[in-house]
Design a protein around this ligand. Structure first.
Ligand code: SF4
Ligand code: SF4
Length: 353
């Protein structure tokens, strides 16, 4: 049987617990401390090294590490104790950057991005600019406090695409990964979104779900999972959604801690390495994405952001944003990247092949 993530959850981040692997530098050292084949070598073997970016299609903004949940696999090490959130001034720099180029999709993530006090202002500004807005909503935030109850209507007003994690269609599996009671609240939030048209076949309001494995194994076939989630959620809770994105757990942050604590690290890395797929490597999301951290620094992706691996360009902050400078940049890669290139590939939008 596939074993699941089930480490002790203290409801505070690893940083607050002073765990060594909360440090990006310690994670990088650890990822490079074994004799496993290097990611660069694999890329070279398929003539993809160095990995180079193309045009930026997606402007992904991390609004902060604060979250109402403390999920066991979280690559952000987010939680209620994290106070790092983007200021309105940095949001304005993001808007200035967007005004200087023709990137049409803005993807907001966190933590729980809705907990940033300027979240709605930022969405309104993006909406006025006609951007396609994606919000990575953890669902429970909608029910966490009265002030969030109208989020579904706010999202609908601005035609926000909602992307939400739901690791499983059973309460036991979801709660074991995301916390007690999360499944029940997630179902209620999904029903609220459905009630105003989200996820319905005849609606323009998009509601996508994200599945990630509950342990040290690769996700099953995305389409098969989507069909099963659709059937189970419809039959059991009358819930509809558009697509399911299957993503692979990358060996960083709290998932890395789990791998180390359970002595599964080497086996999991070897599984990722054995499943290396050059076609998936060609389609990794860092090639068409720029990721902006809560403090305005630029990264190739949200994972590199959490490892503090900034973009390989002369200017690394949103105040100096220049889309042309970022085009054709060499992507900073490391061992965690094997998570994006295994099997059918993995990105914020699911498989890449
Ligand atoms: S909801 Fe998302 S950001 Fe928050 S702890 Fe869970 S995985 Fe991390
Ligand atoms: S972890 Fe980031 S940099 Fe590495 S392959 Fe994935 S998206 Fe690209």
């Amino acid at each position: 049987m596939k074993s699941e993530v089930n480490t002790v959850n203290n409801n505070i981040s690893s940083l607050a617990q002073a765990k060594p692997l909360a440090s990006p530098a310690v994670q990088i050292d650890f990822l490079n401390s074994d004799d496993l084949i290097k990611f660069e070598t694999k890329l070279e073997s398929s003539a993809l090294y160095p990995l180079v970016s193309s045009d930026i299609d997606i402007f992904q903004v991390n609004l902060g590490k604060m979250c109402n949940q403390v999920c066991k696999h979280c690559h952000v090490d987010a939680g209620p104790d994290r106070k790092e959130i983007m200021t309105k001034e940095t949001m304005q720099l993001c808007l200035d950057a967007l005004d200087s180029c023709n990137i049409s999709t803005v993807d907001l993530t966190g933590g729980a991005p809705e907990m940033n006090p300027n979240f709605r202002w930022f969405i309104e500004e993006l909406s006025q600019r006609g951007k396609h807005i994606i919000v990575r909503c953890n669902l429970t935030i909608i029910l966490a406090n009265n002030k969030y109850h109208d989020l579904p209507d706010f999202f609908a007003k601005h035609k926000v695409e909602v992307v939400s994690s739901l690791p499983h269609f059973s309460a036991k599996r979801t709660d074991s990964q995301r916390g007690k009671g999360v499944f029940e609240k997630s179902i209620e939030a999904l029903q609220m979104l459905n009630a105003i048209g989200y996820g319905k076949a005849d609606s323009e309001l998009r509601l996508n779900l994200v599945y990630n494995p509950s342990g040290a194994f690769l996700p099953d076939d995305q389409k098969g999972l989507e069909n099963e989630f659709k059937r189970r959620l419809k039959n059991n809770f009358d819930i509809d959604f558009n697509e399911l994105f299957a993503i692979t757990n990358l060996p960083i942050s709290r998932f890395l801690e789990y791998l180390v604590d359970t002595e599964k690290y080497e086996d999991y890395m070897q599984e990722l390495i054995d499943a290396y797929n050059p076609e998936a490597a060609k389609g990794v999301m860092c090639r068409n994405t720029i990721s902006i951290g809560w403090d305005g620094f630029l990264y190739d992706c949200d994972f590199n952001q959490m490892l503090d691996l900034k973009v390989n360009t002369a200017s690394q902050h949103i105040r100096d944003f220049n889309a042309e400078d970022l085009h054709s940049r060499e992507i900073i890669v490391n061992q965690h990247c094997f998570g994006c290139t295994a099997g059918s590939g993995s990105s914020c939008g699911g498989t890449t092949t």
